[in-house]
Design a protein around this ligand. Sequence first.
Ligand SMILES: NC(=O)c1ccc[n+]([C@@H]2O[C@H](COP(=O)([O-])OP(=O)(O)OC[C@H]3O[C@@H](n4cnc5c(N)ncnc54)[C@H](O)[C@@H]3O)[C@@H](O)[C@H]2O)c1
Length: 490
Amino acid sequence: MRNVKTLGLLGTGVIGGGWAARALHFGIDVIAADVKPEMEEWIRGAVANAEPALARLTFAPLPPKGTLSFTTDLAVMAARADFIQENIPEQLALKQRMLAEVSRHASPDVVIASSTSGLMPTDLQRDMVAPERFLVAHPFNPVYLLPLVELVGGVLTSSTAMDAAAKFLTYIGMHPLKVRHEVPGHLTDRLQEAIWREILHMVNEGVATTGELDESIIYGPGLRWAAMGTNMIYHLAGGESGMRHMLAQFGPALKWPWTKLEAPELTESLIDKMVEGTQAQAAGRSIRELERLRDDYLVAIQQVLRQYDIGAGATLRALEERLYQDAANRAPAKETLLRHETVVRPEWADYNVHMSDFRYGQVFGDAMDALYRSVGIDYAARSSGPVFYTVESQVRHLSEAKVGERLHVTTQVLRVDDKRLHVFHRLWRSTDSTLLATAEQLHLSVDRAAAKATPMAAAVRDKLEALAKLHAALPAPTGAGQPVGSRATG
Ligand SMILES: NC(=O)c1ccc[n+]([C@@H]2O[C@H](COP(=O)([O-])OP(=O)(O)OC[C@H]3O[C@@H](n4cnc5c(N)ncnc54)[C@H](O)[C@@H]3O)[C@@H](O)[C@H]2O)c1
């Protein structure tokens, strides 16, 4: 299967637009095909709308953005794509026909996946050429922020296609969940629909309004679900003996008629209640406004979960590890100073609309992480071997950084010994090469368990010494070793 540089999309509505935004953000080119030419403007708008939230998802260095092109000719899309994602309306006959046609134009080493919410892959791949490269890759709206993607193979799907899809989707920051057996609705929609059916019953019977039912989730179970699913939460509910006690205590209730599951008839009166209820909840806010609010909290939640390395936060952390590693590998060989790139985010600004001073610490910290990665200290190595602690830091502010400006840090290794690493960072505004700040730092290799300084690993020291030797040929920073208040600028 191909290494994916270009993602082909068939159907560029809500889901196609979400796929485009995610792939472009992580450096993949996109060629989008839709029967309606007006969808070109729509998809470009959708990508632009996704950008503010996506841009705040991670501070890790990103590859150059991919480029978006559009066509109404699916054969053109199929000929250029390395991976094809179908996102046309949820109608079995239409999908079967279009997937068969796409498969005639795409080379057999191109994986073709469908975003279907609940159709079975065996039915969808029936008329395709090389059906073994077909699978369902079911994402969730907004595709550009939610990492979950369910991967479901049909009877003809090869494990090579499943693995290739998982690899590509992980690359663009997703969490592929391989579904063992194809069932209508896959896993998540089956669960979501169970809740939705109960909602429809309760609204129909006048038991509760749509707003009250949403409250019953968002102040309670919804908060738990972001990091632990129903099963783990019920395991905790059973006390010391966990799930066994939980089942003994609440198992008998499963026989009681709490749930109905069979959906009620969608009468005009029920439809009216659902529409009026949700309009009252929206309280005059447009769908766009509500989408922005949703996107903002989805970003914030994932950043909190990252601190606990759990659920979607663990996916984000793993993605960032790779982005930092890729950036270290991308550094041009002729460049002797290590370079870390970033952008001043809106929330980094203080009341003077400049980057707050504590963010300088964060940016220099990120530059150090980039340096560590380049000498082989990644997340795994940090959790098992010695780590570096910052023991001295002198930051000099020479000019201001404003929101939206592109910055980069160059890091010069001044001295290395058994346990100590002495560096000098310069923070530049990238557009005009203005020096904004410098930071001189001393880092100490520490055995965390013993809470004592300890020699760094020999391989790490060798690499740092090689850098120090290379950097010794550069002019020594005039600002290094200066007392506070000195007027040196370099
Ligand atoms: N909306 C969701 O929340 C969601 C979530 C996950 C999966 N899905 C699945 O994704 C798929 C697309 O859903 P959507 O919400 O984006 O629908 P949509 O109606 O927003 O978009 C469908 C697009 O397909 C285009 N199209 C129709 N026929 C076509 C053809 N023959 N060739 C090319 N383009 C064609 C339409 O012009 C339209 O732009 C469905 O299978 C749906 O079940 C939807």
